[in-house]
Design a protein around this ligand. Structure first.
Ligand SMILES: Nc1nc2c(ncn2[C@@H]2O[C@H](COP(=O)(O)OP(=O)(O)OP(=O)(O)O)[C@@H](O)[C@H]2O)c(=O)[nH]1
Ligand SMILES: [Mg+2]
Length: 313
């Protein structure tokens, strides 16, 4: 039975934000796959309505505090916002020290904001398929969908597969991002945010070092901003503007086609593992195969294509 999935999907298509919790419940359930498929069919092709912003950075960098301020600014502009906060389930990736972790603050009576924590993906890495599906479904209804992930390096790459714009958030004095960028481990983010600017010189120095590192790589376009999320907040409007500006320059249909291709490959790896990937001749060959398909193909049909090819080889 996929009746509920179609119904919830149709409501999202009509931009009925009150359908979002039900949509997320379906997407996160492990037993309602027909409903999820029906839901995603209803919203297929509508993803370009909303935009997907990835916010990623090391544990405790200040991502959630920053989002409290940014969500507030977006709401003052009248934009609806959904945040999918991916909780690192493994001890390794941690998170801010217990008790020191901020929650995203918002007005609970405001029906145009939705904040949801979701579990991180499994061993095969990265964003859970449910997070990808949730971003796809919610971007049909909300103006902005944010995915908050913890980490730097790997997580930045994964969120970039789903998001139109990726902001990497670092706190002053932590050299992680700088080292990753220099070493080529991290792709250059669309926007770099140094938090805790209220701490003064150390934040300004971090910003200067990041700018210098980017210039030495010939990356002059990337915005590096210093923000403070504690009152009086600083740099928030500039960040909102930088995110908008990045989006304006994008070829969105092409970005979303790439998102669907990456999503199909991720689903395939979840279903068939590394062995399935080998049957396709490896990740690169699989991406090449997908890139040759028409950009409008949806995730389900791309997944079928991969499965057919894997069997044929
Ligand atoms: N001084 C100062 N402290 C901040 C600022 N932003 C965040 N903090 C503090 O930094 C700590 C971590 O902030 P969070 O917003 O939870 O950081 P996070 O990146 O979301 O953490 P995880 O989700 O656990 O990775 C909290 O104690 C915040 O109060 C800021 O602008 N200035
Ligand atoms: Mg957080």
């Amino acid at each position: 039975m996929a009746g509920e999935g179609s119904e919830v999907g149709a409501r999202l298509r009509e931009r009925d934000l009150s359908a979002a919790p039900a949509a997320l419940n379906l997407i996160e359930s492990t037993t309602r796959r027909d409903d999820v498929a029906a839901l995603l069919r209803e919203v297929a092709g509508l993803e370009q309505r909303g935009r997907v912003v990835g916010v990623t950075g090391p544990p405790g960098a200040g991502k959630s505090s920053l989002l409290s301020a940014v969500v507030g600014a977006w709401r003052r502009d009248g934009r609806s916002v959904a945040v999918l906060a991916v909780d690192p389930s493994s001890k390794r990736s941690g998170g801010a020290l217990l008790g020191d972790r901020a929650r995203i603050e918002f007005d609970p009576a405001d029906t145009a904001v939705l904040i949801r924590s979701t579990a991180a993906g499994g061993r095969l890495g990265g964003l859970a398929p449910a997070t990808r599906a949730a971003a796809q479904a919610l971007s049909a209804a909300f103006d902005i969908v944010v995915i908050e992930t913890v980490g730097v390096g790997q997580s930045e790459t994964e969120v970039a597969e789903v998001a139109d714009t990726v902001a990497v958030v670092v706190q002053p004095g932590s050299g992680d991002a700088l080292q990753f960028i220099k070493a080529g481990i991290m792709e250059v983010p669309d926007v770099l945010v140094v938090t805790k600017a209220d701490l003064g010189d150390v934040a300004l120095r971090a910003r200067r070092d990041l700018n210098a590192a980017l210039r030495s790589l010939g990356e002059r376009e990337t915005a590096v901003l210093a923000v403070s999320s504690v009152p009086p907040a600083r740099g928030i409007d500039e960040l909102v503007a930088a995110l908008d500006e990045h989006r304006t320059g994008l070829d969105l249909p092409a970005v979303r086609a790439d998102v669907r291709r990456a999503g199909a490959l991720a689903d395939f790896v979840v279903e068939h593992g590394e062995r399935g990937l080998r049957a396709l001749g490896g990740r690169r060959a699989a991406l090449k195969l997908l890139a040759d398909e028409p950009p409008e193909r949806d995730v389900a049909s791309l997944l079928e294509l991969l499965e057919e090819r894997a069997v044929a080889r």
